[in-house]
Ligand binder design. Sequence first.
Ligand SMILES: Nc1ncnc2c1ncn2[C@@H]1O[C@H](COP(=O)(O)OP(=O)(O)OP(=O)(O)O)[C@@H](O)[C@H]1O
Ligand SMILES: [Mg+2]
Length: 468
Amino acid sequence: MKTLRIKSKIWIAITFISFITIMVGVILTYYLYEKFYLEKQIERLEQQGNLLKKYYSSPIDHQKLNEMIHWTEESTNVHVILTEDPMQLSAGIPITGFPDSNLITFKERQQLLSGKEVIIIRNHPTFKQKILAVAVPLFKNKLLSGAIFIYQPIDDIYEPFKPLRTFMIIFIVVILFLLIWVGHKITNYLLKPLKEMENVSRKMATGDFSRQIIVQNEDEIGQLAISLNTMAKSLNDVEIKRNQFLQNVSHELRTPLSYVKGYTEAILEGVYKDPKEINHSLSVIQKETERLIRLVHDLLDLAQLEDDSYPMKKNPIVYSQLITDVVNNYELAFKNKQIHVNLDLDEDIIIEGDEDRLTQVLSNLIYNALNYSYNGKEILIKLSQNENQTFLKIQDYGQGIPKADIPHIFERFYRVDKARTRNKGGSGLGLSICSQIIKKHSGEIQVQSEEGNGTEFTIVIPCFIETE
Ligand SMILES: Nc1ncnc2c1ncn2[C@@H]1O[C@H](COP(=O)(O)OP(=O)(O)OP(=O)(O)O)[C@@H](O)[C@H]1O
Ligand SMILES: [Mg+2]
């Protein structure tokens, strides 16, 4: 079955409700009016009947009564029949002028006999139409001697309703048109933002996040629009970051590749004659190749670390041992820069972690400290703990990081000194990798730095708690 559009649903609801309302309204008005009007008519007929009855009971001659009857018929739209033979009323004997049937039924006659007026509303065989009639009994010497039968065809009574009916039909048509118009406005007003949202989300599906929905008010639809706008914005941000990342990657790859290409071509074309020159070129090629390998390796690492399902091989580790091992690896490099490493390590501290991954973190942080430190300075490495957390501080007295750059240093490819000589050069992936790894150890990396005075990185990770 085809699903109805919201517009159709709203329309059906509006039409249904208005139809019912109009119908009930019209029927109720019409019915009440009619009932009231009919009652008035009956009252009038009764009054006229009773007036005529007076002439019958007073001893004025018959002529006067006939005149009055004539006058009544002339001046109003009622018909009057006077019969003075009560037997003829319903005894089955034809009445003069109405040979085929009786004016009243047996039951009605009984009522007349008891002196009461009779109200008749029915299809009368004598007049072959529906009539409203009042029969007033006439008595002579306490005996029913006749009746005044005043009647009016129902059609005549309803005559004044005819213009009313036309008016009502026109009224309903006008109201219906009005409803269609208002309904159209309302549905458009309600559906416009939805339609717009549909368009915008279609655009989003094709990767265009530039369009924002204009939020007209703060109702549920407005809220939806706001959420959609927020979603579009964050998707857009993701998209921008992704593009930036790709640009960075290709840039980082291109530079060493062009070096490799340039030097190789030069050697092949015999540009360098001196074996020393050739050797130098080859060592550049080697260095750039290593750089490429490291870059690809780091990128792969990041990709894996950012995947939530990538596991850490966690084991209890003596933290101080891990730190000493990494520092020892860089011993020669420290010596070359005349940097003294000051170790202050709590040897009781045990953590649970992935040894290789944590070595990677320490290597990068310690190498950064070494790399961005001035010659002949000191590097302080301090390990401590409280009840549930361990703190490893790595402090150098080097160039520091400008305040504005601090929030960005954990971003991929972010380097403070973008135009740094290639010799010094990392790719800016180290800290991103570190922060991902520490995150996977339920910890965090804090940084404090002052430009020109040095930098302090602190790794906070939970203590190892033995569970028996
Ligand atoms: N101890 C530090 N002192 C001063 N600046 C630092 C320090 N550590 C990091 N930085 C700044 O933060 C940037 C990002 O560091 P990160 O380790 O991520 O990248 P990198 O060292 O440049 O390259 P990679 O580590 O990938 O070889 C560095 O380029 C440097 O500008
Ligand atoms: Mg680094």
